[in-house]
Structure formats: structure tokens, C-alpha cells
Design a protein around this ligand. Structure first.
Ligand code: SF4
Ligand code: SF4
Ligand code: FES
Length: 239
């Protein structure tokens, strides 16, 4: 039995091309794309690395919803034996199924998503109790693999391309709760502006779609609380 697969070809002005792909047991969407590239059209461009849900590079639109393709089984998504596969939404298209992730990761940098050490290697290891509130908050958001699924599914990103988006804000919240980090004031400053956490409409798409089961919505709510009454760097903060 074959699967009818429509695949986006070309750049933003491209079109869908149809392929017939044999069904296999436990077949993933990434298996389907790989079959097309290896057996039917070697010019098809797509991106993957680990195939086990760790690297975050294989995300694509599958029947109009963003998904990690290496862990998405065809049986779960191929309604009526058809699949439509396209590059991640809300990002420029490089070619075929490859989205340009630069703006996604640039926004991590704009949200100050980089750990700022306060100790040197000469200092003792920091002791952070596993049951402390900041540690539990950081743990709840830390498993992000940077796949861009939440970003592709966020309507606010679609309306406002300046919006930092769920993944960058989720990362910022992880670091705000990291008691070893020294960049908190600059980070809260970075996420408090017009393109930051207060632009989130709490539509929850990111939380519903995240393949790692994270809740960027919850992280953004934390940032909203932390930035209410936030005093810019140098004036102190009570959070
Ligand atoms: S909850 Fe906020 S960040 Fe998440 S998808 Fe909705 S608007 Fe975007
Ligand atoms: S928060 Fe979830 S959906 Fe968004 S980039 Fe991280 S792992 Fe992917
Ligand atoms: S290929 Fe690495 S997460 Fe899918």
C-alpha cells in the first residue's frame, strides 16, 4: 500500500510535488522524507541529525501542524493515506523542507538566553538544592531542544515578526531561575519590552505542540510576573 505525499519544493515561491511512498510498519514522517530523497528525487533538501528526538533539527509542517518528524509516526498523522509536508512556518524558506532558523536563534540571543557565570573554575561547585523553588522552575523548562515547533505554531509570531517567541522566552525563564547566573537584570530588561513576554496572548499553541512536553506559556507567565514593576539594571529588583 502506498502513501500519497505532497512535498514543498523550492523557496517561498515554490509549489507542492506529489510522490508515492510505500507504507512500512512503524514508519515515521522522517522515514518518508528520507525514502523520497534516497529513492525518488536526490535533489530534495531537508534537515535531520539524531533521528531520536534529541537534536531538534528535523521539525517540519506535517498536514499543516509543526512536528518533530523523527518521532512522528505516519499512522498518527496520515489522514486518508495522505501527507502534506512543508518547511516550518513563520520562518523564511531556504529550499524545499529547510527553513532558515537564523531569526529563531537570533531571538534567543536577544532574550539573553546565554548563561552568565558568576564564579570561576577556582571556586567551589554551587550547591542548588533539587527541591528549591528556583531549581524546580528551571528544571521544568530546561529540556528544550530548540526545534522551533512552538515558534512555527505561535500566532503572535505570525502577526508580529519582532516578537521573541515561546522558545527564546522559555529559555530566558530557565536562566532567570538559575541561581548561579549573573545576567538576570539584563535578561528581564530584554524580555520586558514590546517584543517580549507581554506580547504573548496566552493562546497555548506552543504548550500544546511542544514535543518535549514543555510549557512555554507557563514560563512566559513567570516572566510576566517577574517583569511587573521590574527596575532596570542598576536600580535593583526584588524578584
Ligand atoms: S502562549 Fe504565547 S508564546 Fe505560546 S503560542 Fe500562544 S501566544 Fe505564542
Ligand atoms: S519549547 Fe518545545 S517546541 Fe519550543 S523549541 Fe523548545 S522543545 Fe521545541
Ligand atoms: S532528527 Fe534530531 S530531533 Fe529529530
Amino acid at each position: 500500500m502506498n502513501l500519497r505525499v505532497s512535498v514543498w519544493r523550492g523557496d517561498a515561491d515554490g509549489r507542492y510535488q506529489d510522490f508515492d511512498v510505500p507504507r512500512q510498519p512503524s514508519q515515521t514522517v522522517l522515514d518518508v522524507v528520507t525514502y523520497i530523497q534516497r529513492r525518488l528525487d536526490p535533489t530534495l533538501s531537508y534537515r535531520f541529525a539524531c533521528r531520536v528526538g534529541m537534536c531538534g533539527s528535523c521539525a517540519m509542517m506535517v498536514n499543516d501542524a509543526p512536528r518533530w518528524t523523527c518521532r512522528t509516526h505516519v499512522d498518527k498523522v496520515a489522514s486518508g493515506g495522505t501527507l502534506r509536508i512543508a518547511p516550518l512556518a513563520n520562518l523564511p524558506v531556504v529550499k524545499d523542507l529547510v527553513a532558515d532558523m537564523r531569526e529563531f536563534f537570533d531571538k534567543w540571543a536577544r532574550a539573553q538566553g546565554r548563561f552568565v557565570p558568576t564564579k570561576t573554575k577556582a571556586d567551589a561547585f554551587a550547591v542548588v538544592k533539587p527541591d528549591s523553588r528556583p531549581r524546580r522552575e528551571a528544571d521544568a523548562a530546561i529540556e528544550c531542544i530548540g526545534c522551533g515547533v512552538c515558534y512555527a505554531g505561535c500566532d503572535v509570531v505570525a502577526w508580529n515578526r519582532d516578537y521573541l517567541g515561546p522558545a527564546a522566552l522559555n529559555r530566558a525563564w530557565t536562566l532567570v531561575n538559575d541561581v548561579r547566573d549573573g545576567g538576570k537584570d539584563a535578561r528581564l530588561d530584554a524580555v520586558a519590552g514590546d517584543a517580549g513576554c507581554h506580547s504573548c496572548h496566552t493562546l497555548m499553541s506552543c504548550t500544546e505542540l511542544c514535543p518535549k512536553g514543555l510549557s512555554p506559556t507557563r514560563s512566559i507567565a513567570g516572566l510576566k510576573r517577574a517583569t511587573v514593576g521590574f527596575a532596570p539594571a542598576g536600580e535593583g529588583t526584588d524578584d
